[in-house]
Design a protein around this ligand. Structure first.
Ligand code: SAM
Length: 247
């Protein structure tokens, strides 16, 4: 994996935080609501292809449910915290969500209050780069890893320490959907974000990175409805395959 095309937090006038402040709420409305967002033609096209993201939200909660009872969960790049009520309902004692976008954190806090689970959740605006070791039992992320440099990915595992993890990634395997996704990202915004677009990761390389910071097996979970997505996890989730160690 190479970092060569990935800008840092801010480079040449482009700022990752500004990007997400401007995007995340519309992105969530488009991807998770049945009616779609209010964006332009390209956004509406992408919204139609959002079944895999809705499936990701549901399947990650189901797979995690047996492992979060009595545990403190940390969600990196949590957006508006849509996973929080599902994991708390599954028995997690506490959920902490971190996200670089203030707009997402404000909405998450408002929702937690109005839905009555604010006493078991905390949302904080923070970028991965701002954080120290994560004080939780299970560290998760959905759709964050694709946006990180190798150094940031390494940091994600380092900060997690001995905690269990489950990260949803996009795999670098050949597929028509992946190619269409890549083309969409460049046409929709990549031309003006100086190459800040999601990338596709090699599972053996991520697993090796994870093992450098946390000893133990690494599993991968794939499903047709996740398209080119996969979960990389330390947890023995149902129907997961072991990622073999490289010789
Ligand atoms: C594709 S969205 C996924 C949001 C949510 N996890 C979901 O699945 O609906 C990626 C999220 O990661 C956040 N993010 C991106 N880079 C980040 C960073 N370096 N530190 C913390 N959050 C980041 C964005 O603000 C955004 O909310």
């Amino acid at each position: 994996m190479s970092d060569s095309k990935r800008p840092g937090q801010a480079k040449g006038g482009f700022d990752v935080r500004d990007f997400w402040e401007g995007k995340i709420l519309e992105w969530e409305r488009g991807r998770y609501s049945a009616t779609g967002g209010t964006g332009g033609t390209l956004e509406r096209l992408a919204d139609r292809a959002s079944d895999s993201l809705r499936f990701r939200m549901e399947s990650s909660a189901e797979l995690l449910a047996p492992f979060v009872k009595g545990k403190r969960v940390i969600d990196m790049g949590c957006g508006t915290g849509l996973l929080a009520p599902k994991l708390l309902a599954a028995g997690a004692t506490h959920y902490t969500g971190y996200d670089i976008a203030e707009s997402a954190i404000e909405l998450a806090n408002a929702r937690a209050k109005s839905e009555g689970w604010a006493d078991r959740a905390r949302f904080e605006r923070a970028s991965l780069a701002d954080l120290g070791p994560l004080d939780g039992d299970v560290v998760i992320s959905l759709g964050l890893t694709d946006w990180l440099t190798d150094a940031e990915l390494e940091r994600l595992f380092e900060l997690g320490g001995a905690a269990e993890f489950l990260h949803a990634t996009s795999e670098a395997r050949p597929s028509l959907q992946r190619w269409l996704h890549q083309a969409y990202c460049y046409v929709a915004y990549g031309y003006r974000t100086q190459g800040y677009v999601p990338r596709y990761l090699e599972t053996p390389a991520i697993a090796a990175m994870a093992r450098r910071h946390r000893k133990g097996p690494v599993h991968v979970w794939r499903h047709r409805r996740l398209s080119f997505g996969a979960y990389i996890t330390s947890l023995p989730v149902k129907d997961a395959a072991l990622v073999p160690e490289r010789p």
